[in-house]
Ligand binder design. Structure first.
Ligand code: IPE
Ligand code: IPE
Ligand code: MG
Length: 241
């Protein structure tokens, strides 16, 4: 493995439905298989030494899917926590959730929050599950907090900065995304982590999420290691001539 690892790796796990359709199975079977891949990828990323792994598991827009698919996904989430919490704790992983969790059914939300609390002291990889998450919604919520600070007189409009704005977003301790992977061949962002991907390296693979292996993650990371990240500067300035 290259010694340049992304500090924050984020993945848009897409293609579960198509994976099932290819096999003439119901879409939910693709989601089920997708959870096995989540487990593999979490273990692999933690073993590699990734500091932050964000997984896009359910978007704000996904609430618009048929009710039975949404309920199945919520049940799957429930099962995931029940089965995987042991591993998360054993591997010293800190579990966090990013998104509008108030929309998640109460029993599932409780399990998620319990996992967050029980793993809060862990010092290994941060596993950040984006659930009921929308990038624009996150920015608007931060804007509301800033507006409240201004209205109450504790912040002047001219003192609003990228830094204090960012501190009002979900989990400001989680840094910008270094590498964003999207599976399934779709070349779009689908409202994911809009603020944090401003300077991310992007990696798209045509493989569907249930077919993803540890080698695919390694391939994306190797590709990332070979990129020249200039952040607007020149090659000379970033010392890579
Ligand atoms: C990604 O797979 C998982 C979720 C969005 C919950 P999809 O369910 O979007 O699968 P496709 O894109 O329809 O194949
Ligand atoms: C993005 O996938 C959301 C998740 C992976 C959870 P979608 O399948 O919902 O995205 P679109 O609709 O193809 O853009
Ligand atoms: Mg999809």
């Amino acid at each position: 493995m290259p010694d340049i690892l992304p500090v924050h790796l984020a993945i848009i796990m897409d293609g579960n439905g198509r994976w099932a359709k290819q096999r003439k199975m119901p879409r939910i079977m693709g989601h089920k298989k997708g959870v096995d891949v989540v487990n593999k990828v979490v273990r692999h990323a933690s073993a590699l030494g990734i500091r932050y792994l964000s997984l896009f598991a359910f978007s704000m827009e996904n609430w618009k899917r048929p009710g039975d698919e949404v309920s199945f996904l919520m049940r799957l989430l429930d099962e995931y926590i029940e089965k995987e919490l042991k591993t998360i704790l054993r591997e010293n992983i800190r579990f966090t959730v990013t998104g509008q969790t108030d929309l998640i059914p109460e029993s599932t939300r409780k399990k998620l929050l319990d996992a967050v609390e029980r793993s809060a002291g862990n010092t290994g990889m941060v596993l950040n599950l984006a659930l009921s998450y929308g990038g624009r919604a996150e920015i608007v919520l931060a804007a509301k907090k800033i507006a409240e600070l201004v209205a109450s007189g504790s912040l002047k409009p001219e003192d609003v900065t990228e830094e204090n704005f960012f501190s009002c977003m979900f989990h400001p301790e989680i840094p910008d995304v270094d590498l964003l992977i999207r599976t399934s061949g779709e070349l779009r962002i689908s409202n994911f982590m809009l603020w944090r991907i401003a300077y991310s390296e992007l990696f798209f693979t045509g493989k569907l999420w249930p077919d993803i292996t540890e080698q695919d993650i390694d391939e994306a990371i190797s590709d990332f290691a070979g990129r020249n990240r200039r952040f607007g500067m020149t090659d000379e300035q970033v010392g890579d001539i």
